[in-house]
Design a protein around this ligand. Structure first.
Ligand SMILES: *Cc1c(COP(=O)(O)O)cnc(C)c1O
Length: 421
């Protein structure tokens, strides 16, 4: 459920007509709903109400400081994968004790930054990384809490580019080697083993892979405890999918996901950490765009928008689907015709969707891409020297620009011409 609905014939974000935002901020622009963000965060809270837990929002899904501040103020922890994300979480007021550091290639600089700033836990992804973390921590006279990311070798049944829990993926250490690696972690100075971590992929629409992975985790927890490790936390990762198509069967709900966690690891007395990203922000955002014009092609028509692949890369990168809807509500029984919805970038990949059934839309009319709050703005670029897409946050009948569109002068001003030119 989200808070983008037609009211009085116009698509609104909560109580703000999207047309008003377009008029004041221009398009393309991302628009987020506070009510949807908080609602989704609360659903996870309810799903884990049966146990001690920390919901570590995956910052990479949407890292705008306003979004982080909103979630942090509700009690969220954060899952970060870079020094930049760590700095964002701290700047949004999230204390280090609520920040988990994941990622396959943490540099020594990033490790030192997080240790100095305060950190809840490092999720270690390999033995060389474990060695490096031990040296950095011991060098600072620190002892840092660690979990090892274990790759359970289960098929998450999602798009290949976002599956992470198969043995051929670059993530984590193979589960068969876990005992050895934990033994080494316990020996190394500067590290304190506190938990086990897994993250098997993104946009999962089936609970079965979770059940398989978490059962393996429960087994491993018992084994590691028998080996003498004080496993007190289980980090279950993120990945729960969202409905991208309104007409499809909806993926499992957070409450059902929480039930799987309870059934598989609930009897171990561990604090539970989860790292949802997409499920919290995905349906809390839309990308608002204007029609530049319709181009009549041979056998097909192209609806050319002022948004492009540099603003929302998911269709080009993952063949992702976003529902595209007119902002002015079509009359009941209005005629629709298929159009290919494209952006102005000079690549054929700059195609959002083919054969979308839309009513006729005049130049300047607005459309919204639904479910664009996650992996949208964060993946945007300035390709084709198109200004980085701005972001707006709505709360009730208010809205604020939470990242302005840079001017062309600002963009040009970032480059430097060497003095020999
Ligand atoms: C990307 C990622 C997440 C979040 O995934 P979602 O599908 O957005 O929930 C959580 N944990 C780790 C380690 C990740 O890499």
């Amino acid at each position: 459920m989200d808070h983008f609905n037609y009211q009085g014939g116009e698509l609104c974000a909560e109580d703000v007509p999207l047309a008003r935002i377009a008029a004041e901020v221009g398009t393309p622009v991302y628009v987020y709903s506070t009510a949807t963000l908080s609602r989704h965060f609360n659903l996870f809270r309810e799903a884990l109400a049966w146990t001690d837990h920390l919901i570590c929002y995956a910052v990479k899904a949407n890292s705008n400081l306003a979004v982080l501040k909103l979630l942090g103020a509700m009690g969220a922890g954060m899952d970060v994968v870079s020094g930049g994300e760590y700095a964002r979480a701290r700047a949004a007021g999230v204390p280090g004790e609520r920040i988990v550091f994941s990622g396959v290639g943490k540099t020594r600089g990033e490790m030192a930054q997080a240790i100095q700033g305060g950190i809840r836990q490092f999720n270690i992804e390999s033995e060389p990384e474990m060695q490096a973390l031990s040296e950095v921590a011991a060098g600072q006279g620190a002892v840092v809490p660690v979990a090892v990311r274990v790759n359970p070798d289960v098929d998450a049944r999602t798009h290949a580019k976002i599956a992470t829990g198969k043995s051929e993926n670059k993530f984590g250490i193979p589960i068969a080697r876990a005992r050895e690696v934990y033994a080494e972690a316990a020996r190394l100075p500067g590290l304190r083993v506190v938990g086990i971590d897994m993250h098997i992929g993104s946009q999962l629409t089936d609970l079965d892979p979770y059940r398989q992975a978490y059962s393996k985790m429960a087994q491993l927890c018992r084994t590691l405890r028998a080996d003498g490790h004080a496993i007190m936390r289980l980090d279950m990762g993120g990945g729960l999918g969202i409905p991208y198509r309104r007409d499809n069967a909806a993926p499992p709900l957070p409450i059902e996901y929480g039930q799987v966690i309870r059934e598989t690891v609930g009897d171990l007395g561990c604090e539970i950490e989860i790292e949802p990203g997409r499920n919290i922000v995905g349906n809390a955002g839309v990308l608002l765009a204007s029609v530049i014009h319709t181009k009549r092609g041979e056998g097909r028509d192209f609806l050319i928008l002022d948004a492009a692949m540099n603003d929302l890369i998911r269709p080009a990168m993952y063949d992702a689907h976003h529902d595209i809807v007119p902002v002015r509500e079509p009359a009941v029984g209005a005629e629709v015709a298929p159009v290919d919805v494209v952006g102005p970038v000079c690549e054929t990949g700059d195609t959002f969707a083919r054969g979308v059934q839309l009513p006729p839309l005049g130049d300047g009319e607005l459309v919204a891409f639904r479910s664009a709050g996650a992996y949208g703005a964060v993946m945007a670029s300035e390709y084709n020297s198109r200004p980085l897409v701005p972001e707006v946050l709505v709360a009730g009948d208010r809205f604020a620009v939470i990242r302005p569109r840079p001017s062309i002068d600002e963009m040009l001003g970032r480059d430097r011409i060497p003095d020999w030119l």
